[in-house]
Design a protein around this ligand. Structure first.
Ligand code: SF4
Length: 473
């Protein structure tokens, strides 16, 4: 996927003016947020499991090297081939090489955000391989020639009517209006591809060190078809997905579907361990596992390491007021919302995605929703600090922040300037008590008025209250 994150502001403005998108996002928000809240309330031990899950992920990251080597050893023992890809180019070259060596003409894929990261489809298609996405959302987007706008529900920005239009054009059948009938039509179109593909490519939610197993969570069962029907199965995943044991997985899977879509369990769990063995009725003859770094090791040991705990549930974006309004495409790369506002600058360079850590109100909802307790606003703040230190923000903004820092560390000066500021703001509110325009932050006041303060600072009010209380004693 081409990086467009440097155009975030422009793209976000366009999305805000898109009435169809706004309607679709509003509908999705209700479903995700309410569904998760209900599932969490019913669970009863959410906080306890959440705390344990954060520890499970931290233990995996602390032992990343040892767990990855253990995973490789166990996967190889079961007949898989493990490949290590340092970057996107190497990952694509490995998979294109496997396809070329085995005369692969058609690939079926289940959803993989890492494959989006490395532009795998384009690379395979350029080599003459037909790639068919089989996750329903991804299939819809492949027909629309669009990238995903959400990591769990990639076509969340599309309405039923828009999908119906795409299906008429792609399938050449009468227009359907009911979702079950449309889903059936897509399944029929995909069935033939499942049966004729030479290679299946899946992502992996987790890879398990103690067994050499890769594990995929789906709601449609398409990963089962992709991993067992073709003669070759390729898994592409990030190195941070490794966990120690099946027991660790048992903890994480209690959180993932609840956080993602408000379900207590997922419909399908696809566990793949090695190749087809003598006596097995199905399974691939070859299994290749491509473990991708592409910037992940940069996070290990850094002050952003907690981001690697992420289990890709999407809850942070579902709860983010920015994402809820602009949708995923505005972010301009694979990972949208708060998690993308950290991962994108790290993976593609802060200079290419400078607006993303600033695309937050810091309401803190993302951190509250995150099932593995990633302090997302804190991490965004750290990226903002890096921007400031590397002089990546505009000169005027850096001057304002430097002036603020100077003032905030001198209490007498701060008290004087805040007294003046409070009175000026009161005066600007006029008789209505509303400020219609503020210099330097007119983007905020373009769409809303700010209530004018009382004209006195908090300190003045506090002092007055205390003296009133002492007189009343
Ligand atoms: S950062 Fe947390 S909430 Fe967001 S996708 Fe990752 S695990 Fe889910």
């Amino acid at each position: 996927m081409q990086i467009q994150s440097m155009f975030f502001k422009k793209r976000a403005s366009e999305k805000l003016d898109d009435a169809i998108l706004q309607g679709n996002m509003k509908r999705a928000k209700g479903k995700f947020v309410d569904g998760r809240a209900k599932a969490v309330a019913e669970f009863g031990v959410w906080e306890e499991v959440r705390t344990h899950a954060a520890k499970v992920r931290d233990r995996a990251l602390a032992n990343l090297d040892a767990y990855l080597v253990e995973f490789e050893r166990n996967a190889v023992r079961r007949g898989a081939v493990v490949h290590w890809a340092e970057d996107a180019e190497e990952a694509c070259a490995i998979i294109a090489g496997i396809a070329a060596k085995n005369g692969v003409r058609k690939v079926t894929k289940s959803k993989s955000m890492v494959s989006e990261e490395v532009n795998l489809n384009e690379r395979l298609e350029a080599a003459g391989v037909q790639v068919v996405e089989t996750d329903l959302g991804e299939y819809i987007l492949q027909l629309a020639h669009e990238p995903p706008s959400h990591i769990v529900a990639p076509a969340v920005h599309k309405s039923k009517e828009q999908v119906a239009e795409l299906f008429v054009r792609a399938h050449g059948k009468p227009r359907l209006t009911e979702i079950p009938a449309m889903t059936r039509e897509a399944r029929e179109a995909l069935r033939d591809h499942f049966l004729t593909a030479d290679m299946g490519i899946s992502g992996s939610n987790f890879v398990i060190a103690e067994t050499g197993t890769t594990l995929t969570v789906t709601n449609e069962g398409n990963a089962d078809m992709v991993t067992t029907l073709p003669r070759i199965h390729v898994v592409i995943t990030g190195i941070e997905k490794v966990i120690g044991t099946l027991e660790d997985f048992a903890t994480l899977i209690r959180l993932l579907p609840r956080s993602a879509i408000g379900q207590s369990i997922t419909n399908y769990l696809t566990l793949t361990t090695g190749v087809k063995m003598p006596g097995d009725t199905d399974g691939p003859e070859q299994m290749h596992i491509v473990l991708v770094d592409a910037g992940r090791t940069k996070l290990v040991g850094s002050d952003l390491q907690e981001m690697l705990r992420c289990i890709r549930c999407g809850a942070c974006m579902n709860h983010c007021p920015v994402y809820q309004n602009v949708g995923g495409h505005a972010y301009g790369w694979v990972y949208p919302g708060p998690m993308g506002s950290i991962l994108t600058p790290v993976y593609v360079g802060l200079e290419n995605a400078g607006d993303l850590p600033n695309a937050a109100t810091f309401c803190g909802e993302c951190a509250v929703a995150c099932p593995v307790k990633i302090p997302l606003p804190d991490l965004m703040r750290k990226l903002r600090e890096q921007q400031f230190d590397r002089k990546l923000r505009p000169w005027s903004e850096r001057m304002v922040i430097a002036a603020w820092g100077f003032t905030a560390t001198r209490p007498a000066l701060y008290a004087l300037l805040s007294r003046i500021g409070a009175r000026v703001a009161r005066w600007m509110g006029g008789s209505e008590g509303l400020i219609h325009w503020l210099p330097g932050i007119d983007g905020w006041t373009k769409g809303r008025d700010m209530p004018a303060p009382s004209g006195r600072t908090f300190r003045e009010m506090y002092r007055q209250k205390r003296s009133g209380a002492s007189h009343g004693r």
